[in-house]
Design a protein around this ligand. Structure first.
Ligand SMILES: [Zn+2]
Length: 355
């Protein structure tokens, strides 16, 4: 019952902030969002058309689409109970009711909002799920490691990534980058698994705060600059943020305990890659935000992503059981770093158009 009350509180908050009135399934499930149907179509339009689409996101505020938010909420509804189950399986049952709701917070972290007498409402940024999914898709089709031949050239990948990051940075959590084609086979399996694990990590981090009792000592802070105006969140201090990362990683690594050596070889690098992916994206988008002169809501709430990455890598290094456990994460980090030059170039062209 209490989780239902938290769900109602979530819808109330969406309504108050004029994001959406309700999160019911669409009456007409027709998918009207623009999309690429084949990989050859990605970034194939002439440059002016591609630039115009990036510019459009910056200059025209988009409306929140109930269907988009509903789909994301469905993902969270599936993952939140899984995370609570993982915590229980790791010997850390959560007594407090927790509900994860999609919300345009503007940050790549979830925000915990205690609801007195009810439990904890965890707000997950709408664009976090979009960005994660897009980046994973682009990476698996652009790198030969995950299937040959690659389905995107490096140039196509840069534009697709620029679209995804542009939507995250400028779209107020309402804009979804043009959807990419569906994947199949091994790539589909890898992207689905890593997106699921990465989102679970975001939720497990918040569950970590609940388990460690951090929210009892939290300070309420208000940020006036979220996509929907002033929003409250709990600030627990940097050392406790590192604790929540470590606790979340411990809970998630426990899922590998029953695997045999061969399965462990396959699954451990994916899990480690997924945990670190969220922080890598955080790091990359923070850097771009800084370069573009934007502000990230609740920026000081968490330690800088570089510090979180270092601390988490140290924690993981002591706990992983296979020699190549950190390899996939390293590949992801260097691929993102390489792509950044191309993304910056698109943003520079957009600036030129807007001057
Ligand atoms: Zn936190």
């Amino acid at each position: 019952m209490t989780v239902e009350e938290l769900r109602n509180r979530h819808v109330e908050l969406l309504r108050d902030r004029r994001v959406v009135d309700r999160l019911d399934p669409r009456a007409h499930p027709a998918d009207t969002a623009a999309r690429y149907h084949t990989w050859t179509q990605v970034a194939a339009e002439p440059v002016p058309g591609r630039l115009a689409r990036l510019v459009d996101v910056r200059v025209r505020p988009a409306a929140y689409r109930p269907g988009h938010l509903h789909d994301q909420q469905r993902t969270l509804d599936a993952l939140q109970p899984e995370v609570l189950h993982l915590a229980r399986a790791a010997g850390r049952p959560v007594d407090t009711p927790v509900f994860a709701g999609v919300f345009p917070t503007g940050t790549l972290d979830a925000l915990s909002v205690p609801v007195p007498g009810r439990g904890i409402l965890v707000l997950v940024n709408t664009s976090l799920l979009d960005l994660l999914g897009a980046v994973l898709k682009i990476m698996t089709v652009a790198l030969p490691n995950y299937g040959t031949p690659p389905l995107l050239t490096s140039e196509q990948a840069s534009y697709a990534l620029a679209e995804a990051v542009n939507a995250h940075l400028y779209g107020n959590g309402a804009v979804e980058a043009r959807r990419l084609p569906e994947l199949s086979g091994q790539r589909l399996a890898l992207v689905a698994l890593m997106a699921r694990r990465a989102t679970q990590f975001v939720l497990a981090h918040e569950v970590g705060h609940v388990l460690a009792g951090h929210l009892v000592h939290a300070r309420r802070i208000t940020d006036p600059d979220t996509p929907v105006g002033a929003l409250d969140a709990q600030s627990v201090g940097w050392p406790r943020e590192h604790d929540a990362d470590r606790l979340a990683a411990t809970i998630m690594l426990h899922t590998l305990d029953d695997l045999g050596p061969r399965e462990l070889d396959a699954h451990e690098p994916c899990l480690v890659g997924a945990l670190l992916l969220v922080l890598f994206l955080h790091e990359v988008t923070d850097r771009l935000t800084d370069e573009l002169g934007l502000t990230v809501p609740f920026a000081g709430n968490h330690p800088p992503p570089v510090r979180r990455i270092q601390t988490l890598v140290e924690h993981l290094t002591e706990r992983v059981r296979t020699p190549r456990a950190l390899d996939l994460a390293a590949d992801v980090a260097s691929w993102l770093e390489d792509q950044l030059t191309g993304v910056r170039e698109w943003f520079r062209r957009v600036d030129e158009v807007l001057i």
